[in-house]
Design a protein around this ligand. Structure first.
Ligand SMILES: CC(C)(COP(=O)(O)OP(=O)(O)OC[C@H]1O[C@@H](n2cnc3c(N)ncnc32)[C@H](O)[C@@H]1OP(=O)(O)O)[C@@H](O)C(=O)NCCC(=O)NCCS
Length: 411
């Protein structure tokens, strides 16, 4: 029989060993490197609120949970960042994931998290646990030499290339300022920056250059955004054919976006620029004249699961005044109930209701709407939620947000 319990720090090696088969990585062998790696895991979090599934003494299922503070439209809420989900091939399809998920979500509720969120390895897995497809993103690959900017491109900020030491002090406050405007982005702790974002040892480079960092700077000397990228050195016959890999690129104003994309697309010896998981409203898509020349792959990225309906719905702003009664179904029994949501332009109210519902939705639909890209009308059209098209259209207008949700990094 398989049982689930809370993970602890002594589980770090066996837990990651159990995971390594599913996620195809190897743990460090050298004693010093193992210690260093273990400390990084402890400092960046995930283990203390994690779960392990055991068959006897053997770990056969794993799950980690990061303490995140995630942006929603005009707010920020505590979020359990679900991660490290794996079940050994020897124990698949016997309900081990369901056991892990039940324990994880119960722990997150007790901890006071308003939502849980994750990057799914496969989009078919998490809907059944109440997670909704909240954030889509576009991975791009473009031929730099064919790329033309529109004449209306805003005049760019100045660009400064900075050292890794300068990046370590400049990027965290800049990121924190920017992420508060972007639903789906989350706060980064100092160890998170050090270990996950700025650490640039050769094993992190995949054979490419060290991390380059460009900062955009406004006329008054303020840093306005940054781009981190690596260059893959390549040749096509006698010609350089480098590939620029964008690691992170975040602007805060038209002038910063235009400066950052200009520098990334302006490296003469490169033929290609690749960037994974860009936001749907990335200004790059507005700047280019020949958008069809960009290979774009649309994919789901972060899935969001509401745990506390009242706190979730009162933590964000709405785009239009209105009142809605939502009947929420939740197979896991965490967020089900009927709620009346009202926004009169000044005050948000959300409380349990016994009235008839305008829309009957699944908790996963609420996770989607919460982050600002609701699909109520599309779902009524498809018949996957019940209610009138008028109510769905009102809900879409209320929940819509002017910024596309975007999570800049895989966790
Ligand atoms: C995905 C994974 C964790 C599932 O574990 P599992 O213990 O076999 O899952 P369970 O038996 O608890 O299944 C729970 C439900 O999910 C479904 N399910 C599980 N894996 C699925 C998959 N890959 N695709 C579609 N459905 C899946 C099951 O059919 C079951 O549905 P039901 O409750 O409606 O009957 C496991 O296959 C795995 O480790 N895969 C490789 C690593 C991975 O992809 N991890 C996810 C990272 S985000």
């Amino acid at each position: 029989m398989t049982t689930v319990r809370r993970a602890n720090r002594d589980d770090i090696f066996p837990l990651f060993e159990a995971m390594s088969l599913q996620f195809s990585f190897d743990l460090p062998e050298d004693e010093e490197k193992r210690e260093d790696w273990k400390n990084r895991i402890i400092e960046t979090g995930g283990i203390d609120r994690g779960m392990v599934a055991e068959d006897g003494d053997l770990i056969v299922g794993t799950l980690g949970s990061f303490d995140l503070d995630m942006t929603v439209p005009n707010g920020s809420i505590p979020c359990a960042g679900t991660t490290w989900v794996s079940v050994s091939p020897t124990h698949r399809r016997r309900g081990v994931l369901r056991q892990l998920m039940s324990a994880h979500l119960a722990e997150a509720v007790e901890h006071g998290d308003v939502i849980a969120a994750l990057w799914a390895s496969d989009s078919a897995i998490y809907g059944r646990f109440g997670y909704g497809r909240a954030i889509d993103a576009v991975s791009i690959e473009l031929d730099r030499r064919g790329a033309r900017f529109r004449n209306s491109m805003p005049s760019p900020d100045r660009i400064e290339m900075i050292t890794p030491e300068e990046a370590a002090s400049a990027l965290p406050p800049l990121y924190e300022h920017i992420r508060r405007e972007v639903p789906g982005a989350f706060a980064r702790t100092e160890p998170w920056w050090r270990h996950r974002r700025l650490r640039d040892t050769p094993d992190r480079r995949d054979g490419n250059s060290a991390l380059r960092t460009a900062v955009s700077v406004a006329d008054d000397g303020r840093a306005t955004g940054y781009a981190q990228f690596r260059v893959e050195s390549k040749f096509d016959g006698a010609h350089s054919a480098d590939i620029v890999h964008v690691v992170e690129l975040l602007g805060s104003s038209p002038a910063s976006w235009s400066a950052l994309w200009s520098i990334v697309l302006g490296l003469d010896l490169a033929t290609k620029v690749k960037a994974r998981f860009r936001p749907l409203d990335d200004p790059l898509f507005e700047y280019l004249t020949g958008i069809r020349r960009v290979d774009r792959t649309l994919t789901d990225t972060v899935w969001v699961r509401v745990l506390d309906v009242e706190r979730a719905l009162t933590s964000r702003a709405y785009s239009e005044p209105g009142a809605l009664t939502l009947a929420i179904a939740d197979d896991m029994g965490i967020a089900n109930g009927t709620y009346r949501l009202g926004w009169d332009g000044h005050r948000i109210d959300c409380s349990g209701s016994s009235g008839p519902a305008d829309l009957e939705i699944d908790v996963s639909d609420l996770g989607v709407a919460l982050m600002g890209r609701p699909r109520f009308s599309a779902s009524v059209l498809a018949g996957t939620i019940d209610g009138s098209m008028d109510a769905a259209a009102l809900a879409d207008r209320m929940f819509a947000h002017h910024r596309a949700p975007f999570c800049p990094e895989v966790f």
